[in-house]
Ligand binder design. Structure first.
Ligand SMILES: Cc1cc2nc3c(=O)[nH]c(=O)nc-3n(C[C@H](O)[C@H](O)[C@H](O)COP(=O)(O)OP(=O)(O)OC[C@H]3O[C@@H](n4cnc5c(N)ncnc54)[C@H](O)[C@@H]3O)c2cc1C
Length: 293
């Protein structure tokens, strides 16, 4: 099913989870448990990341196939096309099409530190909007794009970033999945600014529970999500080094974010799981128990 159908008026907010392909056999075993725990929540869809330059091509494909065929979940396959030429792009997407995938979220992608020597294909596309423009006339996928409530980390201004987001939509993206944020005001303001410049597709908020301080700091630097004073003070008040207390704090913090987002009528909640299930399961169960989701 095309996920945009899930956001038609009058439907319940969706619940979805992002997963990435495992990097080791041990990771694969752990991921299996994560998938089963998350599948137990009957999510509307799950998504699978893709490494720029095709770095996780095989692993992403295997995970997409497992989730779709073995676990019978609706899948949004991410596609980070930077570095690939038109033929490789078509090969990946033909493969997804053959697997029966109906939803693809198109991002540019970032080359990682391990890919220092990576040489992009000479016809590689520079921006997600170009990738969407290439893919739209060739495939019938429901296409999504990434949006940044605080502006993308490289963008010269939030307004310019929004203009490029509009271009992704004009070129064929049918919904926007947002980067995560620790102050809902960033998201509400983002949606308002989207609507003001004529972006009228669904905008789904991304929620990232806090899993560890190291991960929090590292990802915030990479993704451009501000670690707010609330988060810093909350963490500072916990017993030092108490990992469980940190995860519990992360759950409570994300829960209060989700409650407010739902109250404001967001189309769904998309959880960045980092291939962990405990926090997401607790958050979704509590929101459902309280009948706000
Ligand atoms: C929901 C979500 C899922 C993601 N999944 C993945 C994944 O699976 N794999 C992965 O590697 N990364 C993923 N990312 C990270 C993403 O690849 C990075 O944030 C990347 O730096 C930008 O990707 P983009 O698609 O937003 O790029 P773009 O839309 O191309 O934007 C990148 C920068 O270029 C600017 N820009 C855009 N278009 C133009 C233009 N035409 N001319 C000039 N400047 C322009 C933008 O303002 C921005 O600063 C994801 C991010 C999100 C929010």
């Amino acid at each position: 099913m095309k996920v945009t159908k899930l956001w038609s008026t009058g439907r319940k907010p969706t619940v979805s989870f992002e997963l990435f392909p495992p990097r080791s056999p041990k990771g694969a075993d752990k991921l299996e448990n994560t998938i089963d725990a998350l599948a137990g929540l009957k999510p509307d869809f799950v998504s699978v990341t893709f490494g720029a330059g095709g770095s996780t091509r095989e692993g992403s494909r295997q995970l997409v196939e497992k989730l779709q065929n073995e676990k019978k979940l609706e899948v949004v396959a991410y596609f980070a096309g930077y570095g690939l030429g038109p033929e490789d792009i078509s090969a990946v997407l033909d493969d997804y099409q053959e697997l029966g995938i109906e939803n693809v979220l198109v991002v540019r992608g970032d080359i990682t530190r391990e890919q220092e020597d990576f040489k992009p294909h000479r016809q590689s596309f520079g921006h997600a909007s170009d990738l969407v423009a290439f893919i739209r006339p060739r495939y019938d996928f429901c296409l999504g794009a990434a949006g940044y409530p605080e502006g993308h980390i490289e963008s010269e201004s939030k307004d310019k970033d929004l203009e490029y987001l509009k271009l992704k939509v004009e070129n064929g993206a049918e919904y926007i999945m947002s980067n995560y944020f620790y102050d809902n005001k960033y998201f509400f303001d983002f949606v308002e600014r989207c609507r003001a410049i004529g972006i009228d597709v669904p905008v789904v908020p991304g929620v990232m529970p806090i899993y560890s301080v190291k991960m929090l700091e590292m990802l915030a630097g990479m993704c451009g999500a501000t670690i707010t004073d609330d988060v810093r003070q909350g963490i500072a008040s916990l017993p030092e080094g108490d990992k469980e207390a940190l995860v519990d704090f992360g759950v409570e913090f994300a829960l209060s974010q989700c409650r407010e987002l739902l109250k404001e009528g967001v189309p769904g909640l998309h959880f960045y799981t980092m291939d962990l299930s405990k926090s997401a399961v607790e958050i979704v169960n509590r929101l459902r128990r309280d009948e706000v989701l």
